[in-house]
Design a protein around this ligand. Structure first.
Ligand code: SF4
Length: 253
């Protein structure tokens, strides 16, 4: 019942995003992995540049690891880039498996997303947006054609948001038991006693700066406490993202 108004709304209001114009499983996989850590607006240009550089599974499968890591700078966890490349190596050798979860780094959500949006399977990729829409509407569809999954994702991303449900503008408000009464988590405010870590204070940020410097062939970042820098480098070496050699640190080849 919800599907009809939802799809009608999606056809009218959906954002025009490049990965929605393709059924190429590789392109969809790249977009899904990028979107795991980075906002849509920032991913668009990175996605297009990535596909221009490595337009196919076969191209990424043989790309130098250092190039892949350098291209990934700023997109979050670098390990994801390596797993993406490994997954492409498997697909280049064996083809796309029926069960995509068998590929390196591909979890249930990504497998369902590629299965639905590339292969047209009746699978619902449940990300946080979709889960919220399901919970608030109480909907449990027996079948979810790919376009329904896309529409649910879009609704959760731009209308039925975690901290702001725009029920007045929602296409399924007439069928939703939470319309107008949804409880949203309050935004954190200064003085509420909850300490929030700035991204710049996180280990992930330091790791990103180290990879960035090695990819660009420049000095390691300055102004970061030596202990933090060492901890980040240790982690990168342990994860196989950076190698220590006679010449110092470098990205894997
Ligand atoms: S009516 Fe409100 S709570 Fe229900 S799906 Fe729409 S935005 Fe979400």
């Amino acid at each position: 019942m919800l599907a009809e108004p939802l799809l009608e709304w999606y056809g009218r209001e959906a954002r025009d995003l490049p990965w929605r114009r393709t059924r190429d499983p590789y392109a969809i996989l790249v977009s899904e992995v990028m979107l795991q850590q980075t906002q849509v607006a920032r991913v668009v240009q990175r996605y297009l540049a990535w596909l221009e550089r490595w337009p196919t599974v076969a191209a990424l499968a043989v790309a130098p690891v250092a190039d892949v890591l350098a291209e990934w700078v700023g997109l979050g966890y670098n390990r994801r880039a390596l797993r993406l490349r490994e997954a492409c190596a498997v697909v280049a050798r064996d083809g796309w498996p029926d069960d995509l979860r068998g590929l390196p780094g591909i979890g249930p959500y990504t497998a369902a997303a590629v299965g639905a949006f590339a292969f047209g399977r009746d699978e619902l990729p449940v990300d946080t947006n979709v889960r919220r829409v399901l919970e608030r509407t109480g909907w449990s569809p027996a079948h979810t054609p790919p376009e329904v999954g896309q529409a649910m994702m879009e609704l959760g991303a731009i209308v039925c948001r975690a901290r702001e449900a725009a029920c007045d503008a929602c296409p399924v408000a007439g069928l939703c038991p939470s319309a107008g009464v949804v409880e949203v988590a309050p935004r954190g405010r200064a003085g509420d006693g909850v300490r929030r870590e700035r991204f710049e204070d996180s280990n992930r940020w330091v790791r990103g700066r180290v990879v960035e410097a090695l990819a660009a062939g420049t000095e390691l970042p300055e102004g970061i406490e030596l202990q933090r820098l060492e901890r980040a480098i240790e982690g990168l070496v342990r994860d196989g993202l950076v190698q220590r050699g006679a010449e110092g640190l470098r990205l894997p080849v």
